[in-house]
Structure formats: structure tokens, C-alpha cells
Design a protein around this ligand. Structure first.
Ligand code: ATP
Length: 360
């Protein structure tokens, strides 16, 4: 089922600014889309509006071709999972899963035996067969979260909405559930929207990621587009690591002071007009110790081991602050050493663009 949110505006009483300032989002049938962003960005509000739990001040929500804006949660047929899995403690796993069917109006309620059959089928689907008689307290956090997912699926939802579904779990279980969910989605193909503030989770799981900040969408794209071609300084700063270096653009070329950088073609400039701005570069996109076109001379300030690589801090000419560079662990540099530096990729934003993005 395709889901479309169109120009959604939402303000809460007493708030200084809108929680959503005209957000549009298009989720394709069977797609897995992550809503990613800092706390207060509007992720949960957007999810609740799509679900029908909250009404927008203006804007519409479409399920396929149908305008669902005035429809109730039940009519929209959505399945939810929230962070605090809220299973009913006094019910067995089986009864928890069947709950949504059991509380239906008499006319729509399937017979008991049918509810039981569906619950067991779903338990099998979330790979928890055999645990139907347990109570939530007898399950691990990851298992409880899968029961919550089975419960959400019991009502045959047209879309699955997950709000920080793994938020309350420890890192290892989170990672396990993450790959489990990816596999589960590939197997079942439900249109799914999930909220997370964990960029690794979003980039690893989602077909597309929508980055929400301050009530608007900064960028929607595939994980590669978001990571390699951030559209705004905010996205550049929020996703992965990067250093912002003061630079300017002249006739389409990036300069540090009077030094022209030879950025390879793969590099993307977010602007075409000349002016002062910032070049965002990631530690892994900087090469030190090798001469080549556009190389600058820099001083190594420190080097430390960082997992499989080394992380060097270097001082560039024309730049006040130091920048960080990743090098292979096999390469060692000494503090005080002078080394050539080349930028393999970077994104340049004009000051005006950066100011515009920051003002939101
Ligand atoms: P988090 O990652 O912290 O859950 P979020 O991106 O999901 O954040 P929202 O929960 O959607 O953000 O909140 C967006 C803005 O709306 C915030 O400024 C928040 O304080 C405000 N807000 C959300 N719900 C309410 C409410 N019921 N009443 C008043 N303000 C609210």
C-alpha cells in the first residue's frame, strides 16, 4: 500500500514553533522508510498523524488513492509497534497477539479457534514458535519486541508503523533485531515506516531515509544518497562524521585561502554560485602522505589507533582548527611531521545556504 503525507502542518498548544512545518512524504508500496533525526525533529508526530492517532492542523494523508485524512486508526488499518512494547502482562503471548482481533465488534470478530490459529501462524512468522503459553515477563526484550510485531500484524495492517521499536534494548539485541527485521521485511514485504534517531539503524535497514529536523524534511534519499550526497549542511553534520573547513568557491573551484583544491569529479558541490562557505569532508575522504594534484602541506599533530584504522589530527594552513583524517593502521606518522594532504571528496556549501539551513 502506497502512503502519501501531503503538506502536513502540526502545532501543539503553547509551543514556540510548529512540530511539523509542511511536511510531505511519499512511501512506495512495500518500501521500508526510516524517519531519522534529532530529538524533537517531528518524527513521532509525523508517524502518529499517518497512523490517525493525531490530526494535523492542515495537510492530507493518502493510503493508495484513498484520502484517509478523516479516517480513524481502525479504518486506516495500520499496525504499530512502540519503543516500550506495552504487551499485556497478564496475558499469554498467544492472547497478546490475538488481542486486536478478540476486541473487535462481534460482527467482525473471528471465532476463537480462528484467532488461535492466526496467533500461532504469526508466532511462527516472527520465529517464536513454542512460546505461545509464556507471559511477557518470561521473554527476553528482543522476543517481546517480536511478539509486539506479531500483535501489530494480527489485524492484517496495510502499513506497519514502528516508533523506535528497538530503542529500549541493549546494543547487541538491537543489532540482532535489526538484521531480523530486514530479513522479515524482505520475506513479507509490508510497507513500513519506522522512526529512529540511530543513523546506523536507518542507513542499514531502510530503502530510503527521510531526515527530519526542526519540523521539516532536510532530505529524503537512499542510504547512499544521504551519506554520499548530503543535501544540506545539517545532513552533512548529522550523518557520519565530517569536518567543516572554511573555504570559498571561485568559478566552480574550491579554494582554501589562495590554494586551489583539486577535488576529484566524484565530489559534489551543493551550490553553483561563487562565494565564501564551508567544505565538509569526512575523515576517510582525506589522503595524507601522498603527493598529487592539489596537495596541501600540513602538520601532523597527533596519531591514535582507532579500531582497524589510525586517526590522525592534522593542522592545515589557512585553517584555524585541526581536522581529523583516517589512515590505514599500517601507515604511521609522527607528531610534528609535515605531510601532503589531498581531499578525495567533499561537499561545499555557501555560507548563505548554511545560514538558511541553520535558521530552520
Ligand atoms: P524524539 O526523538 O525525542 O522522540 P521526535 O523527532 O519524535 O523526537 P516529536 O515527538 O514529533 O519529535 O516532537 C516534535 C515537537 O513537538 C517537539 O518540539 C515536541 O516537544 C513537540 N510535541 C510533541 N508532542 C507534543 C504534545 N503532545 N504536546 C506538546 N508538544 C508536543
Amino acid at each position: 500500500m502506497q502512503i502519501r503525507a501531503q503538506d502536513i502542518v502540526k502545532s501543539f498548544p503553547g509551543a514556540r514553533r510548529s512540530a511539523l512545518e509542511g511536511v510531505s512524504l511519499n512511501v512506495g508500496s512495500g518500501e521500508l522508510v526510516a524517519l531519522l533525526g534529532p530529538s524533537g525533529g517531528g518524527k513521532t508526530t509525523l508517524l502518529r498523524i499517518i497512523a490517525g492517532l493525531d490530526l494535523p492542523d492542515s495537510g492530507k494523508v493518502f493510503f493508495g488513492d484513498e484520502d484517509a485524512s478523516e479516517k480513524s486508526v481502525q479504518e486506516r488499518r495500520v499496525g504499530f509497534v512502540f519503543q516500550n512494547y506495552a504487551l499485556f502482562k497478564h496475558l499469554t503471548v498467544e492472547d497478546n497477539i490475538g488481542f486486536g482481533l478478540d476486541v473487535r465488534d462481534r460482527a467482525q470478530r473471528p471465532p476463537k479457534a480462528e484467532i488461535r490459529r492466526r496467533a500461532l501462524e504469526l508466532l511462527d512468522l516472527v520465529q517464536l514458535k513454542g512460546l505461545e503459553k509464556r507471559r511477557p515477563s518470561q521473554l527476553s526484550g528482543g522476543q517481546r519486541q517480536r511478539v509486539a510485531l506479531a500483535r501489530a500484524l494480527a489485524v492484517e495492517p496495510r502499513v506497519l508503523l514502528l516508533d523506535e521499536p528497538f530503542g529500549a534494548l541493549d546494543a547487541k539485541v538491537r543489532r540482532e533485531l535489526r538484521s531480523w527485521l530486514r530479513e522479515f521485511h524482505a520475506r513479507t514485504g509490508h510497507t513500513t515506516i519506522f522512526v529512529t534517531h540511530d543513523q546506523d539503524e536507518a542507513l542499514e535497514l531502510a530503502d530510503r531515509v527521510a531526515v527530519l529536523n526542526g519540523g521539516h524534511i532536510e532530505q529524503i534519499g537512499t542510504p547512499d544518497e544521504i551519506y554520499d550526497h548530503p543535501a544540506t549542511p545539517f545532513v552533512n553534520g548529522f550523518i557520519g562524521e565530517s569536518t567543516a573547513i572554511s573555504a570559498h568557491l571561485r568559478e566552480g573551484q574550491v579554494f582554501l585561502g589562495d590554494h586551489r583544491l583539486e577535488l576529484p569529479k566524484a565530489n559534489r558541490l551543493a551550490t553553483s554560485s561563487d562565494g565564501e562557505g564551508q567544505l565538509f569532508v569526512r575523515p576517510q575522504d582525506i589522503l595524507i602522505g601522498e603527493e598529487g594534484p592539489g596537495a596541501l602541506q600540513a602538520e601532523v599533530l597527533s596519531v591514535r589507533r582507532s579500531g582497524p584504522t589510525r586517526r590522525a589530527e592534522i593542522a592545515l594552513p589557512y585553517e584555524q582548527s585541526s581536522i581529523e583524517v583516517d589512515t590505514p593502521a599500517s601507515v604511521t606518522f609522527q607528531p610534528g611531521e609535515r605531510v601532503p594532504v589531498r581531499f578525495l571528496r567533499g561537499t561545499f556549501f555557501l555560507k548563505a545556504d548554511a545560514a538558511g539551513a541553520a535558521a530552520h
